[in-house]
Design a protein around this ligand. Structure first.
Ligand SMILES: [Zn+2]
Ligand SMILES: [Zn+2]
Length: 380
């Protein structure tokens, strides 16, 4: 398997704490790859950047980021090479940084006029990966709920592929999600509702938007658990045996599209555009965060807002919590419908994943799994 090969090629038996050259090596490779990918995007912007995002790029900032990534990859690579016996990680980071520089680095100019043709969202993948890694990886390393769990735990590569799979075809997925929503709102044409709602204070609107979304999400999520043929899609999301921020992106394309469309349709009927955009931002950050391997807890807030421990109980394979905690924003929505489960104290689940169902390994096998003809097992 590729993941095993990567782990064996770049890993070693030496300790991985701070000061061992491990983290500087990992970061050097990470920044090197980012810089290289970004420079390739500058060379082929028509093919590799999302037309939806292009107008929003502050190019001087992007170019500055590329420069920082190149310099960062080289400095961290040097540090790692001095500290660690095995120098492959450091060398990889420095080589990618060198490659990015040889290709023109941050100063590559975009000369062709860009049009809204089909494109791959490599820019979106690189940017979001950088952003999410910057936000979530430090808190997972500093304050983990499961200190023994490694960043490169088993199946980490599968989840990176999932992250890729939702970012590269951003044009197709956003089209598939927005099409039913825009069609329905056009047919129903109740603009008076959005106008009335739009007059409320912004925070009140936002709170109601999160509530409407969570109620819609609750029922579609519950349906994905109890309807056997839907469960086969959602089982993929529950197949992770350890949770961290990247595990949250493991989700079958059908699951993703149906859930998003189901949430966006009622929202687009009721709320103005800026509220829906703010909600999308909020849900991306909260949903990623609640999958984090992040231990600290705010006791008094737990019954009101979904925190990592709450969603972790949704992912356990322990009998007492099966088909519980469907809400992704407000735990009291689960309380209202009788599916709330949160043990007292600071108890976290002992096991994750599926208890009575075997899901194949790897992105493509998991993609075809729900379509294969096999008697579905019960939810877990
Ligand atoms: Zn679920
Ligand atoms: Zn989840």
């Amino acid at each position: 398997m590729l993941e095993q090969k990567i782990n064996e090629t770049f890993g070693d038996e030496d300790p991985t704490g701070f000061g061992t050259g491990w983290w500087s090596g990992v970061l050097s490779a990470f920044f090197g790859l980012l810089a290289f990918g970004a420079v390739v995007c500058l060379h082929f912007p028509q093919l590799l950047t999302s037309p939806e995002l292009r107008p929003y790029y502050p190019m001087y900032l992007i170019r500055l980021l590329i420069q920082v990534a190149v310099v960062g990859a080289i400095i961290l690579g040097v540090v790692s090479a001095m500290l660690r016996r095995k120098k492959l990680l450091a060398l990889t980071g420095m080589l990618f940084a060198l490659g990015a520089t040889l290709l023109g680095g941050a100063s590559v100019q975009i000369s062709e006029p860009l049009h809204n043709g089909p494109a791959i969202g490599l820019d979106w993948f690189l940017l979001d990966l950088l952003l999410m890694t910057l936000i979530f990886s430090p808190i997972e390393v500093l304050w983990p709920a499961y200190p023994k769990q490694s960043v490169f735990r088993s199946e980490w590569l599968t989840d990176i592929v999932y992250f890729l799979s939702t970012h590269l075809p951003i044009q197709i997925t956003s089209f598939l999600i927005l099409l039913p929503a825009t069609q329905l709102t056009a047919i129903l044409n109740i603009s008076s509702v959005t106008e009335t709602v739009g007059r409320l204070p912004w925070l009140v609107q936002f709170f109601f938007a999160v509530l409407v979304a969570d109620l819609a999400e609750y029922w579609i999520h519950r349906a994905f658990h109890v309807v056997p043929w839907l469960w086969r899609f959602h089982a993929i999301h529950h197949s992770s045996k350890a949770l961290d921020w990247i595990a949250g992106s493991r989700s079958h394309l059908v699951d993703d599209i149906v859930v998003r469309a189901f949430i966006l349709i009622p929202m687009m009927l009721v709320f103005p555009h800026d509220i829906n955009v703010a909600y999308l931002l909020f849900v991306t950050i909260q949903a990623t965060w609640t999958h984090c391997n992040f231990g600290p807890n705010v006791k008094w807030l737990e019954p009101f807002l979904v925190l990592p421990r709450y969603h972790h109980w949704h992912h356990t394979s322990q009998k007492e919590a099966i088909d519980k905690n469907f809400a992704i924003h407000f735990p009291w929505v689960d309380r209202m419908f009788g599916t709330y489960h949160l043990p007292d104290g600071d108890k976290w689940p002992d096991t994750y994943g599926l208890d009575n169902e075997k899901i194949p390994d790897g992105f493509w096998r998991q993609f075809f799994y729900p379509f294969s003809r096999k008697k579905p097992a019960s939810a877990g």
